[in-house]
Design a protein around this ligand. Structure first.
Ligand code: SAH
Ligand code: SF4
Length: 424
């Protein structure tokens, strides 16, 4: 979500005549886009800010802004004292950034952390910073209404709003015309996308209709409302990628209830069965939290068994990090000590490594269509790209280039990557 926000901010600033640079020493304004989801994300930003104070000494007049979730959450702390921060702008106030810069130039500070019920930046064409020129993200909604007990997002990004579908379709079309071959539709819970007659399945189909050569992905699907209709739509279009990110968070019903996830382990497994039924070739990935408030060893082992039962292709795995102001911070003790949280997390990671290898080994011998993203990191002579199932494949370059679709025979794998040979 954050990368997408940076692209909107660049677009807004360019319209006012500012120019984007990746060279920090060249910049007159530095805007740091922030995330508050876990404490370590915020700690990194405080580190960056001390770097900024050093830069400011070398370059008086340099303007430093903190934008996004941390700006929303910590406005006072950021602007007071000796932080070196001139601008604080929350996720719904990017349109006012040029005015905020002006207030700083006039000797003040620039602060706007107002959340909006409507802002979706619908008509702003993001300036693409993800330079591969093949795949791009499109934000289709903002905010979240789910209030999972541990999560800060509803507080920092406000209530859920869906973006006008026509602006989404136009943005995807423009990307395709400019050579892009893959778009990922982004929202905290894409299944609850709703705008006029458009639900998420309708939107997905409309984007897939742009061209069979445009791949479509999406994230994230909240398990409580991933519907059969969505799965059927995915089955109908070859260019809708067969990969679903379905964050479980925990395998224990007691934890799920306490987390306010609004589904049970049984419900989750039934949805996994539905995915396997409608989309036999679809990979499933997830997010998991270890050491949530009051998590017993039995709860933890339920997470382990859920992972085994589903056989995730990959997972993002986190230690529970208490976020001030959330329901769990206000009502539950963060009572699993750091050492034990780490131990449980490591167990989860070790199991996922095994499951990832199993999932990748099942690909060996198959021929998959790979969309080339660019040169592989390990060798100039090799390309990398993804399969519909979202697995990264590395293979010899020959005459192929970024944006090509290549049929590749999978010949080997590690836990993170497939290796193959082009068949044509
Ligand atoms: N909207 C998505 C997830 C967005 S946040 C969803 O509901 O699935 C991405 C992931 O960060 C979450 O899935 C969760 O696993 C993790 N996360 C969020 N808050 C956290 C916290 N306080 N501590 C640890 N992990 C957290
Ligand atoms: Fe956070 Fe839950 Fe919303 Fe995801 S669905 S952003 S975890 S509150």
């Amino acid at each position: 979500m954050n990368a997408g926000d940076s692209e909107i901010v660049v677009s807004i600033m360019q319209q006012e005549g500012y120019r984007y640079t990746e060279r920090i020493e060249e910049a007159d304004i530095i805007l740091i886009n922030t995330c508050s989801i876990r404490d370590n994300a915020e700690q990194r930003i405080w580190g960056r800010l001390s770097e900024m104070r050093r830069l400011k000494k070398q370059k008086p007049g340099l303007i430093v802004g903190v934008i996004g979730c941390m700006a929303e959450r910590l406005k006072e702390q950021l602007i007071e004292g000796n932080t070196g921060v001139d601008i604080v702008a929350g996720p719904d106030s990017y349109r006012t950034l040029p005015q905020l810069v002006q207030s700083v130039e006039e000797g003040g500070k620039g602060i706007n952390v107002e959340l909006s019920k409507e802002e979706t930046y619908a008509e702003i064409a993001p300036v693409r910073l993800d330079k591969n020129g093949v795949s791009a993200f499109i934000a289709i909604m903002r905010g979240c209404n789910n209030y999972c007990a541990y999560c800060v997002v509803p507080y920092t990004r406000g209530i859920e709003r869906s973006r006008d579908p026509q602006t989404i379709i136009d943005e995807a079309k423009t990307l395709f015309e400019n050579g892009y071959r893959e778009v990922t539709l982004l929202g905290q819970n894409v299944n609850s996308y709703s705008f006029g007659d458009f639900g998420f399945p309708e939107l997905l189909a409309a984007v897939a209709e742009i061209s069979p050569l445009l791949r479509v992905r999406f994230a994230t699907s909240h398990p409580k409302d991933i519907s059969d209709q969505l799965l059927k739509t995915m089955a109908q279009y070859d260019n809708i990628c067969k990969s679903i990110h379905l964050p479980a968070q925990s395998g224990s019903n007691d934890m799920l209830k306490k987390m306010n996830r609004k589904y049970t382990r049984e419900w989750y497994l039934e949805r996994v069965a539905a995915i396997k039924h409608f989309l036999p070739d679809c990979t499933i990935t997830t997010d998991l939290i270890s050491g949530f408030c009051g998590e017993t060893l039995e709860d933890h082992s339920q997470t382990i068994s859920l992972m085994q039962e589903v056989g995730y292709a990959s997972a993002f795995m986190f230690k529970y990090s208490e976020r001030p102001g959330t329901f769990s911070a206000r009502h539950f003790a963060d009572d699993i000590d750091e050492v034990e949280k780490t131990r449980r997390l490591n167990e989860v990671i070790a199991l996922q490594n095994k499951l990832s290898i199993v999932s990748n080994q099942a690909e060996v011998g198959k021929i998959r269509e790979v969309l080339v993203e660019g040169t592989s990191k390990r060798s100039e002579e090799q390309l990398c790209g993804r399969t519909s199932q979202n697995k990264m494949v590395v293979f010899d370059k020959k005459d192929y280039k970024a944006g090509d679709y290549v049929m590749v025979k999978i010949t080997g794998c590690s836990s993170a990557t497939l290796f193959g040979e082009a068949t044509e």
